[in-house]
Design a binder for this molecule. Structure first.
Ligand code: CA
Length: 242
């Protein structure tokens, strides 16, 4: 299974200023068949990310030259890709903010190399199926729902007031899944498109909460994407595809 996993050929760019940790991460990734690149500073990382177009970046938030949050923000603007954040145990606020900025998951230091690899695989499996890469040209491009309009090609939402909201590839993939089956409860497996969902994988909840921040008037009292406790999530709107 390991070797046949298509995601394993992916290039993973690691931003970690502590050389020993950075080398350990890269060695681990390579042992599992990934390609890796290591940068020790935010500036170098952003430059190289643009040159090499990695599938996934692993970003340590505690950096000497730049705010790790700023790095994630600039990365998502210039070179959108999957992001796994590494953070210290006490940086809860940073961690949450990082996910809102468009990271796909986080890992708290210190972590087991095997856990890192499991997270990386899980993110890549989802990301490599994202709507940018799928060949679903037969599907209509636009979905209208609850006075919103979603352009599945540009990954752009247009709000009822005409404001445009850009979605990350991971957010867009999740929204598409919800829009394809409106008014039905979708469980985590259905939302992730995977059978064996890691019970510790909270990335669905993270992406749902990011989508709500973009879509809902009051993200604390969501009306479009409802939580069905113990079952999953449901998009409560009629959807017109065109
Ligand atoms: Ca650091």
């Amino acid at each position: 299974m390991k070797a046949s996993d298509a995601a394993n050929a992916a290039l993973i760019h690691v931003l970690e200023d502590e050389p020993e940790i950075g080398r350990l991460i890269c060695t681990t990734l390579e042992e599992y068949g990934f390609r890796s690149e290591l940068s020790g500073s935010g500036r170098q990382f952003l430059l190289r990310a643009r040159q090499t177009s990695p599938e996934l970046c692993i970003v340590d938030l505690g950096l000497p030259d730049m705010d790790g949050m700023q790095v994630v923000r600039e990365l998502q603007e210039r070179q959108p890709c999957a992001v796994l954040i590494l953070t210290g145990r006490n940086d809860v606020t940073d961690r949450v903010l990082g996910l809102e900025l468009g990271a796909d998951d986080y890992l708290v230091k210190p972590f087991e190399p095997r856990e890192l690899v499991a997270r990386v695989r899980s993110i890549l499996r989802r990301y490599l199926r994202n709507p940018n890469r799928d060949d679903d040209s037969t599907e209509p491009q636009f979905a209208a729902f609850a006075s919103w309009r979603f352009d599945t090609q540009r990954l752009m939402l247009t709000a009822p007031d005409g404001r445009e909201v850009h979605l990350s590839a991971a957010e867009a993939g999740l929204l598409k899944t919800l829009l394809r089956r409106p008014n039905k409860i979708l469980n985590r497996e259905q939302l992730l498109g995977e059978r064996d969902v890691d019970p510790f994988d909270r990335s669905i909840d993270v992406r749902i909460s990011r989508l709500r921040r973009k879509l809902e008037e009051d993200p604390q009292d969501p009306r479009i994407i409802k939580t069905v406790y113990g079952a999953g999530y449901m998009l409560t709107a009629s959807v017109d595809w065109s």
